[in-house]
Design a protein around this ligand. Structure first.
Ligand code: ZN
Length: 719
């Protein structure tokens, strides 16, 4: 916003006026966000003019300001709404909301509404979650509120209305809105009655995924969170107008969403914007997880909507330091990977006063770059011909209490293999296969065990229309409730049949064994390309004999375990078996061997190369990008009318697999080829990070060019 425009707003418009942009609601035009999470001490030391200047420097268009919930930062009329210890008589939230509105910024009032102090508990003991013995669930010195109680139906709506009436925020966002997680069962009177009314059953006595009542309890909990979402939105819209949204924050981890009963697909169907609370990387999944998360959520939400993400400027990780700066390259790379996946920046500081001032240098240059190039970072369509299928139902009802091993690792293995091979891909929800199928040449099913009959039918239609399938592990062996079928639902497509008591077991999934796979020499030209000088590959998993159909081709067979130690004993007892590790039939590759899980865990290049070979075998000539040159580079390809956008993120560093990084290491030269759509002639190239000039050649419908050097990322626009 220009200075003139800012002055105009602050001088002539009432303090609570919305920033004006006719026709476009705030949730479609606020691309950069900031949040100073207010501590109880801050009312004594919050330097509002300093932060206003920081808002300006970082180009934010919206701010998230703590209002209420566990701690209130304004003088609430609700006596039990616990005021911040050092608030005094101040209305800190109100002052900040007013300042932000005067600066033309969108305000989201932040709530945190899952627990309350002892006085609240004593006043309303029936509003709190209780264990089987009737004792309240506690978190430190506070009491956990129950989602089935009037706390959510009556008390919180009153708080939302009060906040909106006082300050007219554009919306309200809640950090912790979904109540008690899956690990605890609430036995309060409200839950007992509501569950019984709904199902005719008493609450389940324990966690037991094989108990249909427990599974009903899971579904009932998901439904209750959606009721809360809808109720809160009705409340905020009634109080603040149709664009006054209530937005619960969501996680970037599907397993977390499951444990919190947040149905991402349903939430995205009713959300105009997702406020993503996914602040930093973990070692096993890397920065690239942020790009993957953005694409996954856009797949549910649509690519025309926004996904701002809370990005920690403090040291978040194995050991969190709320008051220490995260190394600038670590914070920057997380932000950039988010942009590449369609996520918008939202810097996050905990506390309004800091002695480690280095944290204030991180967001500004990244946000300025984001503003300068925002036209290429939003409202774009991904171009990928490979889809990786996932579902929350698979994480819940197959993954159960072992989703990390059974569901997340196989997915991560494929993700890493695709990134390493520079093959653009998109996550595809199992409920969107028919909708998304026309975009894809191949679909990957990473041990997607729990598939409904309808989802299996959609996969069959995809294959009948000329697509290819890559399935691993026990894909389709279970129905949507995690009940085992007599055989794979897709057995005829796989050319293999489920047999064996250990098939898909956690015991095998979690273990590491001294096993190998033997290569069939006649297939070295296709799926076994690049393995000319070896007859075996390291494996690490376990396999049982699976019957295969006639006509099925078996490129890999299992070599059972033999001793590792002492070395004198490390010789194969059974060098050859007929136990299949990989089965090819038509355009379907079925891999009983859990190479995807192994690659996700062990990072062996042979495993990554084998997975990449399979994708190339399945997708054929339909991969729109070729990139040559050294380094681990995450490639995101998009299109807008008349142009292609290639976002390359350089993940090559000394800290690629161990956070934090403190040094960026450039890669290059990179030779790039992109298949041109009809409306992109490929005559002009812009490099929007380096600003370098480089010629673009068009060869048989492909744009070809070279990037001399990429430090953190490069955004290439081809027109
Ligand atoms: Zn309850």
């Amino acid at each position: 916003m220009s200075e003139t425009r800012r002055d105009f707003l602050s001088n002539t418009v009432a303090a609570f006026a919305l920033p004006s942009a006719p026709g476009i609601p705030w949730y479609r035009r606020s691309y950069r966000w900031g949040q100073t999470n207010i501590t109880e001490k801050d009312p004594e030391r919050y330097d509002i003019p300093w932060w206003r200047e920081y808002w300006k420097r970082t180009q934010v268009q919206g701010v998230i300001i703590n209002a209420g919930g566990i701690i209130a930062y304004y003088p609430s009329k609700f006596p039990l709404h616990h005021r911040a210890e050092f608030l005094g008589g101040r209305d800190l939230y109100g002052e900040l909301a007013q300042a932000a509105h005067q600066d033309g910024l969108v305000v989201l009032a932040r709530m945190d509404s899952n627990r309350a102090a002892e006085d609240f508990y004593r006043a309303h003991p029936g509003w709190f979650a209780r264990d089987a013995s009737g004792s309240p669930f506690r978190a430190a010195d506070r009491y956990v509120t129950c989602v089935s109680s009037p706390y959510y139906d009556e008390y919180l709506p009153g708080i939302l209305r009060e906040i909106i009436e006082r300050t007219r925020p554009e919306g309200i966002t809640d950090n912790s809105w979904s109540g008690l997680g899956r690990d605890s069962i609430c036995y309060c009177d409200n839950c007992a009655k509501k569950f019984s009314d709904k199902t005719g059953q008493p609450l389940p006595r324990r966690h037991n995924w094989d108990d249909p009542v427990y599974r009903q309890w899971i579904q009932w909990n998901y439904a209750r969170r959606l009721e809360i979402w809808d109720l809160n939105n009705r409340t905020t819209k009634a109080a603040g107008g149709p664009d006054c949204l209530w937005i619960g924050m969501n996680s970037g981890s599907i397993a977390n969403q499951c444990r919190s009963f947040r149905d991402y697909k349903e939430i995205c169907q009713r959300a105009e914007i997702i406020m993503l609370d996914h602040q930093s990387r973990s070692d096993p999944s890397g920065f690239q997880h942020n790009g993957d998360t953005g694409k996954l959520i856009h797949g549910l939400l649509g690519w025309d909507k926004l996904i701002p993400e809370s990005m920690a400027m403090y040291q978040a990780g194995r050991n969190a330091f709320r008051l220490a700066s995260k190394p600038e390259p670590e914070a920057r790379m997380w932000m950039i990977e988010g942009f590449a996946g369609g996520i918008q920046p939202w810097w996050h500081h905990v506390g309004a006063y800091h002695e480690d001032r280095r944290m204030f240098r991180t967001a500004e240059p990244v946000c300025r770059w984001h503003k300068a190039n925002e036209a290429y970072l939003i409202n774009r369509r991904p171009l990928a011909t490979v889809g990786v299928v996932w579902s929350q139902q698979n994480t819940d009802f197959y993954g159960r209490d072992d989703a990390a091993e059974l569901v997340e690792l196989p997915y991560r293995g494929w993700m890493q293999a695709l990134i390493r091979a520079r093959i653009p891909y998109l996550p595809v929800h199992a409920g969107h296969i028919d909708r998304d199928a026309p975009n894809f040449a191949a679909l990957i099913l990473p041990n997607v065990a729990a598939l409904s009959d309808a989802q299996c039918a959609a996969l069959r239609r995809f294959l009948q229309r000329g697509g290819a399938l890559l399935a691993t592990g026990v894909t389709s062996l279970y129905n949507e409730w995690g009940e085992r079928r007599p055989d794979f639902a897709l057995a005829d497509l796989f050319g293999a049949h489920a047999k064996g008591s250990n098939l898909g077991s956690v015991k095998w999934a979690a273990g590491s064994f001294h096993t190998y796979l033997r290569l069939a020499p006649e297939l070295r030209a296709s799926v076994l390309r690049g393995f000319d000088d070896t007859d075996i590959l390291p494996f690490g998993g376990m396999l049982e004999a699976l019957p295969t159909d006639s006509g099925a081709v078996v490129p890999l067979t299992f070599i059972p375990p033999f001793p590792v130690y002492p070395p004198e004993t490390a010789w194969m007892r059974e060098p050859k078996t007929n136990i299949p590790g990989l089965v090819l039939k038509g355009r379907v590759a079925y891999m009983p061997a859990d190479i995807d899980r192994r690659f996700g865990r062990d990072n062996l290049p042979d495993h990554g190369n084998l997975l990449a070979n399979l994708v190339r075998w399945a997708a054929g000539d339909n991969i729109p990008l070729k990139l040559e040159g050294r380094g681990l580079i995450d490639c995101h390809l998009y299109r807008q009318p008349g142009r292609l956008i290639l976002h390359l993120v350089n993940l090559t560093s000394a800290g690629t697999w161990r956070a934090p990084i403190d040094e960026l290491i450039p890669v290059g030269p990179l030779r790039v080829k992109i298949k041109l759509p009809e409306d992109v002639p490929g005559q002009r190239l812009q490099l929007l990070v380096s600003g370098a000039k480089t010629p673009c050649a068009v060869e048989q419908g492909w744009a070809a060019f070279e990037l001399k050097s990429v430090l953190d990322h490069e955004l290439v626009v081809v027109t």
